[in-house]
Write a protein that binds this ligand. Structure first.
Ligand SMILES: CC(C)(COP(=O)(O)OP(=O)(O)OC[C@H]1O[C@@H](n2cnc3c(N)ncnc32)[C@H](O)[C@@H]1OP(=O)(O)O)[C@@H](O)C(=O)NCCC(=O)NCCS
Length: 203
């Protein structure tokens, strides 16, 4: 008798195979080339677990100002734990899209669902040389499309009140924003369902 058989008269403990860790399927349908309204051509795709080195390099190349606006503190290099967290998403409740220029990550947009709700918080960062080319706006639109297909109906965000570019991206999106300001931070909230979305192009 081995330890799994249990004492006599007691049903043996069934030997179940060890559960395999679930690897979420990569949503390749979310990948594609995109032309921004301001003429930049990029490849946008869901982040991969193998993006760690590229993401760390992308972050190291950001200005202090951009990092501060994204994280609200000075943070020149991502830790290994952060890199792991940011590159390992489930593509449903946590999703990140990267924009690549010539194979190099130049922007990241992500959402994270508030557990048990249909809401998700979004955050964006575009490398300084590529800001104001329409990339943030493209990432917001693509994230919203992906989120809607995953049962998320509202986006929220926290941004510094002085972050005019981020606020402009939200305002320009066409979604109906609700905002509230506390000290130096603006909380933004908007439904992303089709009825509240941007108007379709004329014609
Ligand atoms: C905020 C950020 C993501 C926006 O991305 P982006 O690719 O530069 O955004 P877009 O080019 O799509 O749009 C930027 C808009 O802001 C406007 N803008 C930029 N600076 C501005 C300013 N100082 N005042 C007013 N509007 C401004 C631009 O004119 C543009 O609007 P338009 O399309 O009507 O011309 C990017 O600037 C960034 O990464 N910043 C650092 C990190 C950050 O702030 N993250 C937000 C955390 S939630």
């Amino acid at each position: 008798m081995d330890e799994h058989d249990g004492p006599p008269g007691v049903a043996p403990v069934p030997r179940e195979p060890a559960a395999e860790p679930q690897v979420p399927a990569y949503p390749a349908g979310l990948a594609g080339d995109v032309d921004t309204a301001k003429g930049a051509r990029l490849h946008v795709r869901p982040i991969r677990t193998t993006d760690g080195p590229g993401l760390a390099e992308f972050h190291r190349g950001l200005s202090d100002r951009s990092v501060y606006r994204r994280f609200f503190f000075v943070h020149p290099a991502l830790t290994d734990v952060e890199v792991e967290h940011f590159t390992h998403v489930d593509y449903a409740d946590r999703l990140a899209l990267v924009a690549e220029d010539d194979g190099r990550i130049v922007a990241v947009g992500r959402y994270e669902r508030t557990p048990g709700t249909a809401e998700a918080e979004v955050a964006f960062v575009v490398t300084d040389s590529h800001q104001q080319l329409g990339i943030g706006s493209v990432l917001l639109a693509q994230l919203a499309r992906a989120a809607l297909g995953r049962g998320i109906t509202t986006f929220t965000a926290e941004t510094l009140a002085e972050n005019r570019a981020m606020l402009a991206v939200f305002r320009n999106s066409g979604y109906a924003l609700t905002t509230s300001t506390e000290f130096d931070t603006v909380s933004v909230r908007f439904p992303i369902d089709a009825l509240s979305g941007p108007a379709p192009p004329p014609g």
